[in-house]
Design a protein around this ligand. Sequence first.
Ligand SMILES: C[S@@+](CC[C@H](N)C(=O)[O-])C[C@H]1O[C@@H](n2cnc3c(N)ncnc32)[C@H](O)[C@@H]1O
Length: 236
Amino acid sequence: MNVLSKRFAKIKEHFEKEAAVFDKLFFKVVPRYQEMMEAIIEAIPFPKQDKLKIIDLGCGTGNLTQKLIGAYPNAYVTCIDMAENMLKMAKAKLKRKPNVSFWLGDIRNFDYSGKYDVIVASMVLHHIDKKDKVRFYRKLYNTLSKGGVFYVMDIFLSPGNYLQKLYIDKWKIFMKTNGLPKKEVDNMIARHQREDRPVIFEDELSIMRKAGFTHVDVILKHYNFIVYGVRRIRLK
Ligand SMILES: C[S@@+](CC[C@H](N)C(=O)[O-])C[C@H]1O[C@@H](n2cnc3c(N)ncnc32)[C@H](O)[C@@H]1O
């Protein structure tokens, strides 16, 4: 793996430590996590028996890949993550699946010279700095086959202070209602504000356009959590 910046080394360290309890925690942290993953699967425009080539960016413990393989049993999924322990959990979860492979490293450094029908990214792209996104998304655009789709689920900022505050308040309520102690909720928010690089959704759309993606649309939105994506319609 290439040398990670200090910020990414810190993020990696967190996920290495958190891997064993990630699943238990994440369902309590991300509102409508299941529903959002299902929205991604349901928006895939290909027949269920197709031998799709799929990339799961920042696959973590493999939750989305597990759903993808469930819906598309003949698909071939490449799971990418920079945290070894997250990949270990994913491997354990997907151990009987010969059509899943794993790549340890930064999603920006994968060899995107092949062609893929589906690229998914669940709760990972907020880690990428805004200044690096166009270049990275262009690689994703170029690796998509004609008719291929790029679907994302992630956290965003509101352009206005009032809604931004509302979103954070709603997020805290969700976590508390799901049993996270106040201290953990506060830690989660502090970590998000310190480590993550969410952007305003309008800026994300503009980045996507600059990278070549047109017709990007929102599939589902829950306050600051958004599922969105696009189908590549042109080859150039
Ligand atoms: C919040 S978790 C989400 C995991 C999974 N996609 C899910 O929805 O359950 C983010 C994952 O992205 C990985 N990650 C973050 N930045 C990355 C990068 N630049 N390259 C590869 N993996 C990255 C982390 O190691 C972590 O496993």
